[in-house]
Design a protein around this ligand. Structure first.
Ligand code: F0G
Length: 369
């Protein structure tokens, strides 16, 4: 199905915004949900914590149509799948890729099948895959095993794999870097983001380098990536057979873009670090209660790193020594908090019960001060 939003009106998506920088032609059907153009939100409190003249911005990718950054890559991957005549798109996922693939496949009128590690997907993401009409296949295994199977399926006729091993995904995702440069007028000094399958790190770096070559920026950022400590193959330089973290989106032990992301860290003068689950949940709560931004646990990872600059919890190695004075810093918030409400409700927070009268509520508010 070929639809032109330019002709029909409505907000343009990333293909229309950055068409000349993407591998599409007039013959490529446009499969778009008006993704991208997400807000870059200044964070006064994080800037104050990092201090020394820094300005911290949060790129809120949870505000994409399916609630994560995956939509940027998926619009390109599914448009190209439609162009090639594919009749089934397939992916392995920790949740967000499957939600996005299912939505864009629905939009394109192509069938979608998603391979998920059984019992390990946040409920919001699972609900998305179902409601968008995907065939949801749960495997008794982890994400890495799902991805291995998807690779095996990739040579079957009519099947298009839309994991980030599909080069069109990374091409679409690089547009987030373009948007940041377009908004700030230059690249940031530092870019922080969570690392799972390592595609997004690779894509941002590609976008920054591309705009730098076009003289749209005076500098390139240092890329700082963060893995959860229990799922940290790149940091420890070994495959994790049984990755474990409560941040289910980044529970990955053998990332597909391992080498590409490592090249990005090296070329940019950046680094990869690890964050504990306790820090992740503390950062998630902090971001919601101090800045009004509700993100899923994996998305809080880069904020957790910056919170280490707080003198109360100062961390000897990272990232404070790597932050220059007057730094412009961007953290990507990769996914919306509503995708994984269990991460908040199950273990941590309970409502305060009250008798249904005004006096009871006032006294309760007094005690809660
Ligand atoms: N944050 C969120 C919310 C994610 O869903 C993912 C990856 C990442 C960060 C890590 O990004 O893989 O490019 O390094 N989610 C994939 C999925 C694996 O299946 O949804 P990455």
């Amino acid at each position: 199905m070929n639809e032109s939003r330019e002709a029909n009106g409505g907000t343009i998506g990333v293909i229309e915004r950055y068409r000349e920088r993407l591998p599409v032609t007039e013959a490529t059907p446009l499969v778009s949900l008006s993704e991208g153009s997400t807000p870059l939100i200044y964070s006064p409190r994080l800037s104050a914590i990092v201090a020394r003249g820094s300005r911290v911005y949060l790129k809120h990718e949870g505000l994409n149509p399916t609630g994560s950054f995956k939509d940027r890559g998926m619009t390109v991957a599914v448009s190209k799948a439609a162009e090639s005549g594919a009749n089934l798109v397939v992916c392995a996922s920790t949740g967000n890729t499957s939600a996005s693939a299912a939505a864009y496949a629905a939009r394109a009128g192509i069938r979608c099948a998603v391979l998920l590690p059984s019992g390990k997907i946040a409920m919001g993401k699972l609900a998305q895959a179902f409601i968008y009409g995907a065939v949801v296949i749960a495997l008794d295994g982890n994400f890495d095993q799902c991805l291995k199977l998807v690779r095996e399926l990739s040579n079957e006729p009519g099947i298009s794999v839309v994991n980030s091993i599909n080069p069109y995904r990374l091409e679409g995702q690089k547009t987030a870097a373009f948007e940041i440069i377009d908004a700030l007028g230059d690249a940031p000094h530092l870019h922080l983001l969570p690392v799972g399958n390592a595609g997004n790190t690779t894509a941002y770096w590609r976008g920054y380098v591309e705009y730098h070559r076009l003289n749209q920026t005076t500098r390139l950022p240092r890329m700082l990536g963060f893995e959860a400590v229990g799922a940290a193959p790149i940091y420890f330089d070994r495959i994790f057979e049984n990755p474990e973290t409560a941040a289910s989106a980044i529970r990955i032990g053998n990332p597909a873009s391992w080498n590409l992301a490592n090249a990005a860290f090296k070329a940019s003068g950046g680094a990869i670090e690890v964050i504990t689950d306790e820090e992740i949940f503390a950062a998630q709560s902090w971001l919601a209660s101090k800045e009004g931004l509700f993100v899923e646990p994996a998305s809080a990872v880069s904020v957790a790193a910056l919170l280490r600059c707080d003198s109360q919890t100062a961390h000897p190695s990272f990232p404070a020594p790597q932050i220059p004075d007057d730094a412009v810093i961007v953290c990507t918030l990769t996914g919306h908090g509503l995708k994984d409400t269990a991460a908040v409700l199950n273990d941590r927070l309970k409502p305060t019960f009250s008798a249904p009268d005004k006096a009871a509520i006032l006294s309760l508010l007094e005690r809660a001060k």
